[in-house]
Design a binder for this molecule. Structure first.
Ligand code: S3P
Length: 164
């Protein structure tokens, strides 16, 4: 079976959903943001202090490494779709799910940790969403709405994964 790769905006639930999915399917779980921080021994905020470009280079390098693993659920960072090469890596051995959550819901409970881009404000977040939405749709094999309970969304993903 292929890896399950979760893509979508910051705060759409990729990490929480990914952890539950991995437990239920007896797969490993990898959060790329954490993987990056561990590999470079640096926080994402500090990487952005150097430059966003620096962070994106590190991110791509980690995406390439993680894409080679097997039997993993991978939670990606929201900006992973900005470089098409990342999607090429992830598609090699991955089934890609776009976790869609209404932006209004995201903005109600999102936190800034790991997310320097949030400091740019709500308008910027909406702009990012408009820019990325078509990229998420193009990159994914399946779109799943996260607007009910966590159990619902996890069961929807498992159902589609087993039928694919
Ligand atoms: C980013 C999302 C973050 C993290 C970094 C950049 C983005 O990950 O990779 O702050 O560009 O949307 P999450 O989507 O896990 O918050």
């Amino acid at each position: 079976m292929k890896n399950i790769v979760l893509i979508g905006m910051m705060g759409c639930g990729k990490t929480t959903i990914g952890e539950i999915l991995a437990k239920k399917l007896n797969m490993h779980f990898i959060d790329i943001d954490l993987y990056i921080e561990n590999k470079y021994s640096m926080s994402i905020s500090d990487m952005f202090e150097i430059s966003e470009e620096y962070f994106r280079i590190c991110e791509s390098c980690c995406v390439e490494e993680v894409s080679k693993l097997e039997n993993v659920v991978i939670a990606t960072g929201g900006g992973v779709v900005q470089q098409s090469q990342n999607i090429t890596y992830l598609q090699q051995n991955g089934w890609i799910v776009y976790v869609e959550r209404p932006v209004e819901n995201i903005l109600q409970d999102i936190h800034e940790n790991h997310r320097p881009l949030l400091k740019k404000g709500k308008d910027y977040f909406y702009e990012l969403y408009q820019k990325r939405q078509p990229l998420y749709i193009k990159a994914c094999n399946e779109r799943i709405r996260n607007d009910g309970t966590l159990d619902d969304v996890v069961m929807k993903i498992i159902d589609k994964y087993q039928k694919k």
